[in-house]
Design a protein around this ligand. Sequence first.
Ligand SMILES: Cc1cc2nc3c(=O)[nH]c(=O)nc-3n(C[C@H](O)[C@H](O)[C@H](O)COP(=O)(O)O)c2cc1C
Ligand code: SF4
Length: 590
Amino acid sequence: MRAPMPSTPRHPNALVQLLREAQAAQGWLPRPWLATLAHELGLTLAQVEGVASFYRFLHLQPVGRYHILFSDNITDRMLGSEALMAELCERLKVKPGEVRGDGRVSIAPASCTGLGDQGPALLVNHHQVVTRLDAARIARIAELVEAEVPAAQWPAEWSAVEDQVRRPDVLLGCTLRPGEALAAALARGPQRTLDEVQRSNLRGRGGAGFATGTKWELCRKATGEARVVVCNADEGEPGTFKDRVLLTRHADEVIEGMTIAAFAIGATQGFVYLRGEYRYLLEPLEAVLQRRREAGLLGAGILGRSGFDFDIAIHLGAGAYVCGEESALIESLEGHRGTPRIRPPFPVEHGYLGRPTSVNNVETFCAAAHIALNGGAWWAAIGTPKSTGTKIHSISGDCARPGLYEYPFGTRVETMLIDCGARDTQAVQVGGPSGTCLSVSEFGRRICFEDVPTAGALMVFDRSRDMFEVARNFAHFFAHESCGFCTPCRVGTALVARRMDKLAAGRGSRHDVEVLYELDTLMHGATHCGLGGAACNPLRDTIAKFRPAYERRLKSLHFEPAFDLDAELAEARAATGRDDPAAHLEPTHE
Ligand SMILES: Cc1cc2nc3c(=O)[nH]c(=O)nc-3n(C[C@H](O)[C@H](O)[C@H](O)COP(=O)(O)O)c2cc1C
Ligand code: SF4
């Protein structure tokens, strides 16, 4: 058996792409294919299998010819996704996570697919979405699968992804003419373009809020040739979908922002790292790149400027949330497992293939294009002193008008709730599961780096919702997405999910709640990357603010633990080289 010959360069750095393309032919990756690919790339079979086994969208075992993944974010659940999945399983006579005997269909839950404003949603064969699921749609899907109608021939309106821009401001409300911001940057020159971005005080929109001008300057000054610009379009934080809309409606501005970054930094190569769940955006984005090449806005001698050569390739992710972390993303770009790197050195000094690399969020690049055109002072006049400009929010959950809302930084949560038609709200989760859960008394707080920072998700929960179940869904998300590299996160996220399940089953005691607190403390200081560090955020917030939701579930107030938790974590301490008091759990006696 031979693997098909895809168009991607056959080089070890393209391994993830080659595996995706090989899999497209048959739906999974038989061993002989992997062996052929390994031989061709000069790798061992173990290396290729090691990479393939890391990514959830790559399969070393057969899946159904219709492989159906239900988005399992809490907002999908609130819209009935669990019952709809059970209904489809029942109709098609297949158990979740298994392949039907005739090999036709498999059905499973998956992390958020980035369609929180039009859920419940599912993905067929990793590339076709179906939004706004309901009982009628599920019944029809079952018929189409039984009749073996290819997914591409299912009703087109099912796959129509709506943009739902509800409150545009300077980014969403304005479309730049391709090349106009770039021309302004070229007229200024690289150093003054950089100065302008620094004057704007633009901070990265991917979550950490690092100053974009500083990052670009560090990259420009780093020793090394062939600098690289990467657009982080992994958008895996549950509840976030703003980058999806920017890449659909404002792709030119995003690509223009990347080109301006390349000009300021002196980069020659660019990548868009597009999450696998957004496969349907690949062809439209390729078309934008091609159009820009033909217009002299990408490629050799951009806008006639000799020596300014920069082009961009799109790399598709393969279903791994951790690949949004910039060093894991770079590993994935190089054809490896998406394991976060030890830092320093940071990507600006030692990134893709060891070259200075600036990784920025989609929205950051879009903002940079507007800043190049309108100037840094214009941007700095919007928002607050430490959080300049606007921020785009993906709003979903219990509200009448889910979708995208762009506000100047500093806007109060209560304003956003009024605008999106939220009623009787008991909580909002700002910034996705990694972010902050706010209760009613905090709705006067402002969204900005000085108060409540965000990467762009805002999920609304009304009083009918059980905040314990919200936290349990998030706990399972982190346990599912932990890459397993470091023990505190691998073990800790699994222990948290297990304790939450125990409480949900009504078998928990106050001791379990205390252990959850302790796990939070332990993981905060000891994990290798931000995923593990943030994994207990929802837990900590909901225990503190919605404690009755936990206490309702306690079977007894007294409980002797059946095992020694501190001893279980000895491996974690050894892995992180820690044995200080903070790395130990105090035994809890009640
Ligand atoms: C687990 C994890 C997932 C992340 N996912 C994303 C993501 O999907 N998109 C993103 O832009 N940044 C993500 N980040 C942040 C990136 O590591 C990085 O800070 C960001 O891409 C830098 O861009 P910015 O400076 O424009 O914000 C993630 C970080 C962690 C720890
Ligand atoms: S914290 Fe979690 S996701 Fe990050 S490296 Fe450790 S195991 Fe992997």
